[in-house]
Each structure stands twice: as structure tokens, then as C-alpha cells.
Design a protein around this ligand. Structure first.
Ligand SMILES: C[S@@+](CC[C@H](N)C(=O)[O-])C[C@H]1O[C@@H](n2cnc3c(N)ncnc32)[C@H](O)[C@@H]1O
Length: 265
């Protein structure tokens, strides 16, 4: 892109998500895993997914580092694992928008001593197929099912009371969230809910980097109101936000995940 050229404006429609994930990313990964015949262990599928990813600029708070993609990915997984382990014991660990389990399986391993029931929910059919095949190959029982964080009923999968629920770079695929996400998640009577998601917070209006990040969210039509929805629910007394850390970690300096932990009141 040339200086002065505007960023292309994208729309995160359902058809676009299906193209990007169901067909191209997870659908392509499924076909490639079948073609290579290396099996469906997490390591084999994860390796295929990382193929060709060399270095990245990772970001933690204000610090950016040029490092191997695999090293940054492992760090992010360890950080998420530590956060969720601190919330154990819990009846279940549930991820909404788990993809092929790139975060779910490493986190499940980090939590194995607490033995929560494992539930991985995903929007796309090919992602669910990968989750089921990996669970089978790893001989690790995982309930796999469908979810849509933007739908009135997020999932029809039975989730036990007292679970730890999380999202990681999936809620940001719903351009505009409503209080429905709060009602649906609270109805599951969770122990805690954690989002590792890009958030629009005051920094995005007040620094040059923040403005670039805001523009990046806009041009990709990523969600820009998750924090607002959560704060509104807190003002209404429905939830308590336990902690927020902006720009917690990311493998793209324009799209770091913030970390936000909340519980139903
Ligand atoms: C960047 S991937 C992240 C996958 C996984 N959470 C991880 O961290 O490895 C985004 C995932 O969000 C899913 N997704 C997109 N729209 C969604 C929606 N409305 N509800 C739930 N998940 C969605 C996609 O299918 C995809 O698997």
C-alpha cells in the first residue's frame, strides 16, 4: 500500500467469515492434514497451520519485539494458560470460537491437574471437524459443538454451572455486539468469563499508535463495542468487571488482545 492510499474497507458478514475460516483457513487445514497423512495430533495440525509463518512483531503493553512467530505463539499460549489456571478449580473450561483448538488444546494441557470438563465451541463446520479429530487423536475427551457469539442463542450445547468461559480473538469477529452476549453468558451461571480480545479503550483515541489501531479495527470491521457492552452491563448491576488489562499481548502490533475478566452478579 502506498502512503496516502486509504485502507480497504472490509465487512465481517457471515459469508465473509465462512469464506475466511470455514473454507480457506480451517477447511484448507483439514484438507492439508488429510493430504499429508501425518495424522491429527495437535502437534501435527498446529505445525501445518504455522507452516510459512516466520517472524512477527509481537507486542506486550508498549513493548514491541521482532521474534519468531512460534516463540511468540508459545508465549501467548503460556500467558493465557496461566490466567485460566488461576481461575481453577471449575466445573468446565469452555472456549467460544475455538477454531481448530490452537489455544484450547495447549490451555487444556496447562489445566490438566484441575481436570475441568473440556468444551470447545466453534462457528465453522471445518473448525469443529478439526477439533473433533484432534480430540480423538489425542485421546482427550472434548465436547465439540457449535456457537455463534452474535446470535440470540450463543450455543445449544449443555454447559455445567460454575464453568470458566473464554474467548480469544473470536468475539472481535462480531462487528457489533449487544447485551444479548451478556444475557446468554450469564444464563450459563459461569464461575468467570475471560476475553482475550482487541478492545476499544481510551488509549485508542489518545495516542498515535492508538489511533492507528482504531483505524485498523474499523477498516477490518472488527468489533468495537465489547468493552462498552460490558461496562453497560456492569452499570446495570448484571456483572462485575474484575480486571482489565489493555494491550495485553499480540502477534500483530495493530491488533493486540486486551484481557478482561468478569463475573455475573
Ligand atoms: C482468529 S481465530 C481464533 C481461534 C482460537 N480462538 C484461537 O485463539 O486459536 C477466530 C475464530 O473465531 C471464529 N468466529 C468467527 N465468528 C464467530 C462468531 N460469530 N461466533 C463464534 N466464533 C466466531 C472463527 O470461525 C475462528 O475460528
Amino acid at each position: 500500500m502506498l502512503a496516502g492510499e486509504s485502507l480497504p474497507q472490509r465487512s465481517k458478514t457471515e459469508a465473509e467469515i465462512v469464506r475466511e475460516y470455514d473454507v480457506e483457513k480451517w477447511g484448507g487445514l483439514l484438507l492439508e492434514a488429510e493430504r499429508t497423512g501425518r495424522g491429527f495430533t495437535f502437534a501435527a495440525v498446529d505445525q501445518l497451520n504455522m507452516d510459512g509463518l516466520d517472524h512477527c512483531v509481537s507486542v506486550r503493553g508498549d513493548v514491541m519485539s521482532w521474534e519468531e512467530h512460534a516463540v511468540a505463539t508459545r508465549r501467548f499460549r503460556r500467558m493465557v494458560g496461566r490466567e485460566l489456571r488461576a481461575l481453577m478449580p471449575a466445573s468446565a473450561l469452555v472456549e467460544f470460537g475455538a477454531g481448530y483448538g490452537g489455544m484450547f488444546f495447549p490451555v487444556a494441557r496447562a489445566l490438566r491437574k484441575s481436570r475441568p470438563k473440556l468444551i470447545a465451541l466453534e462457528f465453522t463446520r471445518s473448525g469443529r471437524e478439526l477439533l473433533a479429530r484432534i480430540s480423538n487423536a489425542e485421546e482427550q475427551p472434548v465436547t465439540v459443538g457449535a456457537c455463534d457469539l452474535g446470535a440470540p442463542a450463543i450455543t445449544s450445547v449443555a454447559i455445567p454451572d460454575g464453568a470458566v468461559l473464554f474467548t480469544c480473538f473470536s468475539a472481535h469477529y462480531v462487528p457489533v455486539l449487544s447485551q444479548n452476549i451478556i444475557h446468554s453468558l450469564c444464563a450459563l451461571r459461569p464461575k468467570a468469563v475471560v476475553h482475550f480480545e482487541p478492545l476499544v479503550h481510551p488509549e485508542l483515541q489518545s495516542t498515535t499508535m492508538g489511533l492507528l489501531r482504531h483505524r485498523y479495527l474499523e477498516s477490518n470491521d472488527y468489533n468495537r463495542n465489547l468493552l462498552e457492552v460490558l461496562e453497560e452491563a456492569e452499570r446495570a448491576g448484571r456483572i462485575r468487571i474484575d480486571s482489565v488489562e489493555a494491550n495485553w499481548f499480540g502477534l500483530n502490533p495493530l491488533l493486540p488482545a486486551s484481557r478482561i475478566v468478569w463475573s455475573a452478579t
